[in-house]
Each structure stands twice: as C-alpha cells, then as structure tokens.
Design a protein around this ligand. Structure first.
Ligand SMILES: Nc1ncnc2c1ncn2[C@@H]1O[C@H](/C=C/CNC(=O)c2cc([N+](=O)[O-])cc(O)c2O)[C@@H](O)[C@H]1O
Ligand SMILES: [Mg+2]
Length: 214
C-alpha cells in the first residue's frame, strides 16, 4: 500500500537531515513541505514566533497538544533549558510512531515525553501520573474544536498558574473562533495576536498568545 505523508516526511528527514542536529531536521521538513508536499506543521514563519515566545518563557515544563510528526516538538525542545522537559500529546498511533523517530533523529528524546492518548483523558492524569504541579507553557495545535474544552480542563485541573503562557496555532486558518472569543473576553487572560501566514502558503493565519492571570 502507498506510504502515508508522515512516512514520506520521516524518510526524507532520515535521508537529508544530520542526525542529532535539530535545526537540520527543522529545515529539512520545511524544505520538503514547501517543495514537495504540504503538511500541517506550524512551519518556519509561525515557527519563528513560537521560538521567540518559548525563549521568553523559558519553561521548565511545557505541554504540546497535537504532536503530528513532531516538527513543533523539535522546535520547542531545542530551545528548552537543561533539565526542562516537553510533554507532547498525540492520539494517532501512526503519527506518534513517526514523531518519536523525528524527535529521536533530532537528538531531543531526553527532553521530550510523547504521551499517546487523547488530551481529554491525559490532561487529568498529568499531576498524579507525570508529577506535574503546574505548567509554564502550552502550545495548542490539535483539532481546533478542542482548544477551548482543553483550556477549560487545564483550568479545572489547576494546571495553570499566574503567568502560564498558552500559545495557539491556526486561530485564523482553519480558525478557532470559540477559543479566541474566550481568551480575549475572559478577565483571567491577557491575550495578544501575532499575525503571520498559514504554513508554506500566503494565506493569512496567526498565533494567539494568552497569559493566565490566576
Ligand atoms: N484531542 C486530541 N488528543 C490528542 N491528539 C489529538 C487530539 N486532537 C487531534 N490530535 C492530533 O493532533 C493533530 C491534529 C492537528 C489538527 N491540525 C489541523 O487541523 C491544522 C490544519 C491546517 N490547515 O488545514 O491548513 C493547518 C494547521 O496548522 C493545522 O494544525 C493530529 O496529529 C491528531 O492526531
Ligand atoms: Mg497548526
């Protein structure tokens, strides 16, 4: 049977990227997705905004919702301070398998813990099962209709503290209207929109950065 897009992307990484070199994995994926076949990675343009926010926050504990092929896991983990860690959640087993290999190829397996399962099931387990007290940074990039329910769940599980930063991909395209309305109108968040473009295209898209105020 024909390979899947993530499988072809992983093959390309193994053929072209230098093992242990996270930046070469990132560049290889972006070049492939721009030149050969589009994939829903956050990409280089929005990725540099993601980098900037991760560097500002310098999180000890980061959470990513929606690993897909691991592109943004690599972007985030390469910037983490020593001893810090990224937990990334993915419920598609095939994608999770590919992502683990991409993260390994980048040499970041010691900083990234990929949790296989649905965010709605895993978020309530973060404290007991994964020793998380509170989260410093969350990157939301999974199904767009899950951003709001999962944010409410993070609140209800007391996993946010004053200053926790939520960064949401695709708030314009495909769009997350209910999430955007919530974080922009709630007195518990200070939100800021970073205008950019949908990965590898000229379409408008952007990231919403929301700081939890406690
Ligand atoms: N509740 C959940 N728990 C765990 N894993 C979950 C999950 N919901 C989705 N996922 C996983 O997260 C990824 C989905 C991303 C949706 N992005 C998108 O749909 C998307 C679409 C476009 N686009 O169409 O242009 C552009 C983008 O940047 C996008 O992120 C997939 O790997 C999926 O298996
Ligand atoms: Mg996205």
């Amino acid at each position: 049977t024909r390979s899947t897009r993530p499988q072809r992307l992983l093959t390309h990484v193994k053929q072209r990227a230098r093992r242990g070199d996270a930046q070469s994995v990132i560049t290889t994926i972006d070049d492939y997705c721009r030149a050969r076949e589009w994939a829903m990675n956050v990409g280089d343009e929005k990725g540099s905004i993601l980098d900037q926010v991760v560097c500002e926050v310098s999180p000890d504990v980061a959470l990513e919702l929606g690993t897909y092929c691991g592109y943004s896991s690599v972007r985030i983990a390469r910037l983490l301070p020593p001893g810090a860690r990224l937990l990334t959640v993915e419920f598609n087993h095939d994608y999770a398998t590919i992502a683990r290999e991409v993260i390994d190829w980048a040499g970041l397996q010691d900083r990234v813990q990929l949790l296989e399962g649905a965010s709605g099931d895993l978020i309530p387990q973060l404290r007991q099962k994964h020793g998380i007290e509170t989260l410093d940074f969350i990157f939301l990039d999974h199904w767009k209709d899950r951003y709001l329910p999962d944010t409410r769940l993070l609140e209800d599980c007391s996993l946010l503290r004053r200053g926790t930063v939520l960064l949401a991909d695709n708030v314009i395209c495909p769009g997350t209207p209910d999430y955007l309305e919530y974080v922009r109108s709630s007195p518990r968040y200070q939100s800021q929109y970073f205008s950019s473009h949908l990965e590898y295209t000229r379409a408008e898209d952007g990231l919403e950065k929301s700081v939890f105020l406690g």
